[in-house]
Design a protein around this ligand. Structure first.
Ligand code: GLC
Length: 654
């Protein structure tokens, strides 16, 4: 949008730019800056307009964008332009992701490069390589306490090896996702060291207080993230004799985005990694970016404005790069991280679908899909040009972030139902085969979350221990059922490393003092490659899961109805054990896929004539795209075996 004040400010800034920037041919940079400048100026002014140094901070901001644009490789610039032209590229069903720790998966970055073939065999073409930036030797929250944002941790590799990996991935048409931990730094980061030495410029990078007065005011309304291991939200620093805000662990210092210098540094870092070949940047803990006394300090409006500003600025320099919002918050809040607009994602193009993940596990525990149906129905439609990251497990705990109203409308009592779920997955419930652990139990609120590997939560550890073939079959079915949901729901499925071969809990973390206090390490495995190789041997657990996923991925990629264009309609069937939805090809009429999932341990029936009467589906010759077979039917009743799913096509002939 053209607006006089910002246009004249833009001209002034361009005059003030350093000569080496002014001399270059920056045509694309300027057209994008012109297009976004009104928004950038308004947002920056909203956040920092009252400061005397506002204009010089804006000049610095534009300088950072321009300098990183100049540094951007020609190859990446071409990719930017190609993605501008094909702006819906990431909504395609072609993408299937996996999150992994480079050291746990393959020792280091070199090892990862040598294992790309394995991932490609499975069909994975987007990798989230978990934090690889330099962090302290001891506890570092799995790399989320960064001590140098511009260097790869020596234990994982080097910057050059990362570039090599990026290049190798581009050759294989694989996308690289890297983390930028925007909310906090390690207490060993240079900025923190400077702050501790008394440098007030860097003390202003954090929330630092002389005494408990302000921290106590904050504490009145701030929840605790790690109540057992890191209670409270502030840590006393003896060398400074001051209190520092540390929402996560005591060694993770929260950054102060009231200070524009912090914003500009972080943008520079995001663009630095974009220029190192990241196709997607995962912005960690974005819900926490703005702190305000009297609030929970989560999901504040300014946190959204900061993300909008990051997006607007990053689009000027590296428009092909997408953002993932890691905001594991209430369902109505998560969706706001796309940015509230009619069509385009104004903040992050991709967001973790934590609601769907938690609902899937709830359905496993209850063996019905009541809450899954209800919770999915309550989820607002996402924006057109945004997509979900659908996942079953990740490196974190499972939070039970359902909406209390949804729980109540299924006739459960919210607190009791959450307790049941924790009991179920930690094996405290009689009929449960799950082998998880409670995580982050808060004695004050009664809350708890769940740790454990997918396979162990799905009962595979129990079944193998008992050597019970039927229980093994069931747990494999549950593992495949859950994956069939994330593959077909709409969005990018994100697998978690090790789940493709049924990796069980790893209890060895207890012997490492830097990890022992954090049971999320039980599901951050070191891949046993001898076990992984068993996926080639017919009939092994590894083969059954690996090949099941491989087939699902292949079918997903060739099924346009699985692309993500708000082309899903939920179908109420009257059978509480079933979760049923229709996906329709956005580019071709009458090319539908009916997804049917049975979460119960007994076969369930779906009356097909009900569906066709309601105009949902023409059922002639039904085919399950996954198995290639015609499913069992009794008259107009489709029978779905226990813990199984169908991807039914009504038009395709084989
Ligand atoms: C994110 C990460 C989690 C980490 C936290 C603090 O939620 O996923 O692992 O503990 O941020 O950085």
């Amino acid at each position: 949008m053209y607006e006089q004040v910002s246009h004249s400010l833009l001209n002034r800034i361009l005059d003030e730019l350093k000569p080496h920037i002014r001399k270059r041919d920056l045509r694309h940079f300027y057209t994008r800056l012109g297009a976004n400048f009104y928004a950038i100026h308004s947002l920056f002014h909203h956040l920092y307009g009252k400061r005397d140094d506002f204009v010089s901070q804006m000049v610095r901001l534009v300088e950072v964008m321009a300098t990183q644009y100049i540094a951007r490789d020609a190859e990446l610039k071409e990719l930017d332009i190609a993605r501008e032209q094909n702006h819906n590229w990431f909504l395609d069903q072609e993408w299937v992701g996996m999150a992994l720790y480079a050291d746990g998966f393959s020792d280091n970055l070199e090892g990862l490069r040598s294992r790309l073939g394995y991932l490609q065999e499975l069909g994975v073409n987007m990798l989230h390589v978990m934090p690889i930036l330099e962090c302290p030797k001891g506890a570092s929250d799995g790399g989320y306490a960064v001590s140098d944002f511009r260097n790869v941790d020596a234990r994982i590799g080097t910057l050059d090896q990362l570039s090599e990996l990026g290049r190798a991935m581009r050759q294989r048409n694989m996308l690289l996702t890297l983390d930028v931990v925007v909310n906090h730094t390690s207490n060993e980061h240079e900025w923190a060291t400077q702050a501790r030495a008394g440098n007030t410029r860097y003390q202003d990078y954090y929330y630092i207080f002389d005494n408990r007065d302000v921290p106590d005011m904050f504490e009145e309304t701030m929840p605790e993230i790690f109540p057992e291991t890191s209670p409270g939200n502030f840590t006393y620093d003896a060398s400074m004799q001051k209190w520092v805000m540390t929402v996560f662990n005591h060694y993770q210092w929260d950054l102060n985005y009231n200070n524009p210098a912090v914003f500009i540094e972080m943008l520079d870092i995001i663009l630095f990694w974009a220029n190192r070949g990241a196709d997607i940047v995962r912005l960690d803990a974005v819900a926490f970016l703005w702190k305000k006394i009297g609030t929970t300090c989560q999901n504040e409006r300014e946190a959204h404005l900061i993300l909008q500003l990051m997006k607007d600025c990053s689009q000027v320099t590296a428009p092909g790069v997408l953002f993932i919002a890691e905001a594991i918050v209430a369902p109505v809040e998560i969706i706001k991280y796309f940015g509230e607009d009619a069509i385009i994602a104004k903040e992050c193009e991709i967001a973790y679908n934590a609601t769907f993940m938690a609902l899937l596990w709830e359905a496993v525990a209850t063996k019905n899909a009541k809450l899954l149906n209800q919770g999915t129905r309550s989820l607002p439609d996402k924006l057109d040009r945004a997509t979900w990251l659908n996942y079953v497990r990740c490196h974190d705990d499972i939070g039970l972030g359902f909406d209390d109203n949804d729980i109540a409308s299924c006739n459960y009592q919210p607190l009791a139902h959450r307790r049941f779920l924790v009991d179920y997955f930690t094996g405290a419930y009689d009929n449960s085969h799950a082998r998880g652990q409670p995580f982050g139990r808060n004695e004050k609120t009664g809350d708890a979350r769940i740790s454990g590997s997918l396979a162990s939560l799905a009962g595979l550890e129990y079944a193998l221990e008992k050597n019970d073939p039927q229980a093994i079959d069931h747990s494999i079915d549950v593992i495949l059922l859950l994956h069939s949901m994330i593959m077909s729901f709409g969005g990018i499925p994100l697998l978690y490393y090790g789940d493709e071969i049924g990796t069980l809990n790893d209890d060895t973390y207890q012997f490492d003092e830097t990890k022992a206090h954090d049971n999320r390490w039980m599901h951050r495995p070191r891949i046993d490659w001898d076990k992984a190789e068993r996926h080639r041997r017919h009939g092994t657990v590894e083969q059954r899961i690996f090949d099941g996923l491989k087939r699902m991925i292949a079918v997903r990629k060739s099924t346009p109805a699985f692309a993500d264009y708000n082309n899903r309609s939920l179908i109420e069937t009257g059978n509480p054990h079933l979760f049923v939805f229709m996906r329709s090809n956005p580019f071709l009429q009458n090319d539908n896929v009916l997804v049917v999932a049975n979460f119960d341990g007994s076969p369930q029936a779906l009356t097909l004539s009900d569906l066709s009467n309601r105009g949902h589906f023409e059922f002639g010759q039904l085919r399950d795209l996954y198995s290639g077979e015609a499913p069992r039917q009794f008259k107009d009743q489709l029978v779905i075996p226990p813990y199984r799913f169908y991807w039914l096509s009504d038009t395709r002939l084989y």
